[in-house]
Design a binder for this molecule. Structure first.
Ligand SMILES: Nc1ncnc2c1ncn2[C@@H]1O[C@H](COP(=O)(O)OP(=O)(O)OP(=O)(O)O)[C@@H](O)[C@H]1O
Ligand SMILES: [Mg+2]
Length: 246
């Protein structure tokens, strides 16, 4: 079982869009796939049309009253399951802090599922928190959608520093450019000359209205716009990420 975290300190840059589309593509290929929506905003749960509700909430999971297996829901797609978000996840940070070995709890919760799934996608909330630390530790690879702007590159730098400070192998951090706009000179320049201190994938996800439309259809892009530029980009991205996992 390989764990792929979609993470960035920044909000609104395409983490959930990536988690949903990549997980769909993985499942479509026949690999057993799970998405864990860790964000109380519950966007991934919304896209998969699943009510954001976890029985006994995050506290139930952290105190062992519920195990992850109990709260998994099937989606409309074969091979694709989801652990929905829950409003209680807004306190996940504080609750994790009260547990022993608080930085490896998410890893520990996922361990019993190792035989059940080939890929687990963690849709992380933005920010730098104990939840982020947990996901960075649990993940085999952390994909970081990055808008090609100077401030976003600075954030990428901060994520690498955060890993170094916590003694997390920062080689698992893999960026890709998100919401790229080929009409913008700076975007083009940054995509052409990506930073050298972190691995950046060749595939960029363009700014595309089909991605925004996921909210209208409540479906992954390949389902309602299979031959769109956005769907093609996510397919290429998944191909690249898969290679890093083998
Ligand atoms: N490449 C893109 N082109 C156009 N719109 C996009 C693209 N990626 C994401 N969006 C839109 O931008 C908004 C934010 O995207 P998304 O929810 O994936 O970001 P996020 O990083 O998960 O946000 P948050 O930090 O709030 O969880 C959504 O409305 C989504 O439809
Ligand atoms: Mg999100």
């Amino acid at each position: 079982m390989k764990i792929v975290a979609c993470y960035n300190v920044k909000g609104g840059i395409g983490k959930t869009a990536a988690a949903v589309n990549l997980a769909y593509l993985a499942a479509y290929e026949g690999t057993r796939t799970l998405v864990w929506d860790l964000d109380p905003q519950a966007a991934a749960s919304f896209y998969f049309r699943i009510k954001p509700k976890v029985k006994k909430g995050s506290k139930g999971l952290l105190t062992g009253k519920k195990v992850l297996e109990d709260v998994i829901k099937g989606t409309d797609y074969s091979n694709l399951d989801l652990i929905p978000a829950d409003f209680s996840y807004r306190n996940l940070d504080l609750q994790l802090d009260e547990t022993k070995k608080s930085d490896t709890r998410i890893q520990k919760l996922l361990k019993p599922l190792a035989g059940e799934y080939d890929f687990v996608f963690l849709d992380c909330p933005p920010g730098i928190s104990l939840v982020s630390e947990n996901t960075l530790i649990a993940a085999n690879v952390v994909i970081v959608p990055t808008i090609p702007t100077i401030l976003s590159l600075r954030t990428l730098d901060q994520i690498i520093d955060f890993c170094k400070k916590l003694d997390i192998d920062h080689a698992k951090i893999i960026a890709f450019f998100s919401m790229t706009d080929s009409r913008k000179k700076l975007h083009k320049q940054i995509v052409k000359n990506p930073p050298q201190y972190v691995r950046v994938l060749n595939t960029s996800i363009p700014y595309a209205s089909d991605i925004e439309r996921m909210g209208v259809y409540r479906q992954p892009v390949p389902v309602f716009a299979g031959s769109s530029q956005a769907a093609k980009a996510y397919r290429a991205l998944w191909k690249e990420i898969k290679i890093t996992l083998t």
